[in-house]
Design a protein around this ligand. Structure first.
Ligand SMILES: NC(=O)c1ccc[n+]([C@@H]2O[C@H](COP(=O)([O-])OP(=O)(O)OC[C@H]3O[C@@H](n4cnc5c(N)ncnc54)[C@H](O)[C@@H]3O)[C@@H](O)[C@H]2O)c1
Length: 360
């Protein structure tokens, strides 16, 4: 089924199309996964990563592309879900030729898939890829792109958190609440500023001494704690995971003192079923892929010719979407993570179906 041997079975996962791309001279081995184009062309980033095996690369692209379909559906975009992986160590094999070869494969899909940055690919890489394809977003401002997506990601997370605050405490503000931010990276920094502006008290941690120093000098009112373990066990109202995935696991959830979890990190739920443990403990979890959609909203806007104000308005609507999901969760007696999936599937089915109405 592709130019290099495969060991997984995309047919059983429901993907529309999985494309294996190879350019031996530049060393490119890529897999583009298109989960769904029910709502429009598939959009999702390219992950450049030294997978241990081709099976791992395939499993990741199948998983990530499916996730993007749900994320884009709930971000109210007219875009489906896709993702790509380039298999290899970017430090060793990334080159102009490899990126341009990849760009030609993206172009060959004729607009069924739009790419963007992900782990291991950067704005500068998208500029190179875009020399071969019209379907690359996340480019630099100089090349007509939207630039740093963490600004609107943080804004969207803040909106999701406001909706959660309204649901739990009756008012859409974090004023007077203690919010624990784990990870003061690109998103965590902007989020901290929004929280302080809103009148919240911020407790934070980061493994990187430079990030801690940033907090000390930029926002001396932020309380720093040693590590995430100390943060989750401290007296916080809201926990905002903004570092790596798997933040909500069998170690953290039982000791978590917060009533709300809203953060930027992808894949916060460490395993299926942990959302139920959160719900049983009375902790409101706003699904990560709903509240961190500001970044994808930003790159999607680039397709129309980037307009920051329009993109910000769209990211602001994450407040309404989160509110809708929390209400649906209450109405249907399910955790918000389940309600979000249901809402995304509903939009893909209801709006996707309209393509059956032929226009000519
Ligand atoms: N940047 C975006 O637009 C965007 C969009 C959607 C989702 N996300 C997700 O949000 C998260 C943060 O993204 P980012 O762009 O700010 O990344 P980043 O790399 O700039 O920041 C992550 C920060 O977390 C810190 N960190 C790592 N391990 C830690 C630990 N164990 N405890 C405490 N801190 C730790 C790092 O030192 C770093 O400062 C990631 O999971 C990312 O996938 C980002």
């Amino acid at each position: 089924m592709g130019v290099f041997a495969s060991t997984d079975d995309p047919v059983s996962t429901g993907h529309e199309q999985v494309v294996f791309c190879q350019d031996k001279q530049s060393g490119l081995k890529a897999i583009i996964g298109i989960y769904s184009t029910a709502l429009g062309p598939a959009l999702g980033g390219t992950r450049f990563y030294p997978y241990a095996s081709e099976a791992d690369a395939l499993a990741d692209v199948l998983d990530l592309s499916r996730g993007m379909a749900y994320k884009n559906a709930l971000a109210n975009l007219d875009l489906g879900g896709g993702k790509a992986v380039i298999w290899g160590d970017p430090e060793k094999i990334k080159s102009e030729a490899l990126l341009r070869a990849y760009g030609r494969f993206v172009e060959s899909l004729n607009g069924r898939y739009y790419t963007a940055c992900d782990v291991g690919t950067y704005v500068a890489d998208m500029d190179v890829i875009a020399r071969e394809t019209r379907y690359a977003t996340g480019r630099s401002v100089e090349h007509g792109g939207a630039g740093d997506s963490s600004i609107l990601t943080a804004w969207g997370v803040f909106q999701g958190m406001r909706a959660a605050a309204e649901h739990v405490w009756g008012s859409p503000t974090l004023s007077g609440r203690r919010v624990g931010v784990s990870g003061l990276g690109k998103v965590g920094k902007y989020l901290t500023a929004h929280l302080l502006d809103d009148g919240a008290e911020v407790v934070a941690t980061d493994v990187n001494p430079r990030a801690r120093e940033w907090a000390r000098t930029t926002h001396p009112q932020v309380t720093l704690v040693d590590d995430t373990e100390a943060l989750v066990a401290s007296d916080i109202d809201v926990y905002a995971p903004c570092a790596l995935g798997g933040a909500l696991n069998d170690d953290t959830v039982p000791v978590l003192r917060a009533k709300v979890v809203t953060g930027a990190a992808n894949n916060q739920l460490a395993h299926p079923g942990i959302e139920k443990v959160l719900a049983d403990r009375g902790i409101l979890y706003t699904p990560d892929y709903v509240v961190n959609a500001g970044g994808v909203i930003q790159v999607a806007d680039e397709i129309e010719g980037f307009n920051f104000d329009r993109a910000k308005l769209r990211a602001t609507r994450i407040f309404d979407t989160t509110r809708q999901i929390l209400r649906l969760a209450d109405d249907e007696g399910v955790p918000p993570a389940v309600a979000a999936d249901r809402l995304a599937e509903r939009r893909m089915a209801e709006v996707g179906r309209l393509r059956a109405i032929h226009l000519r």
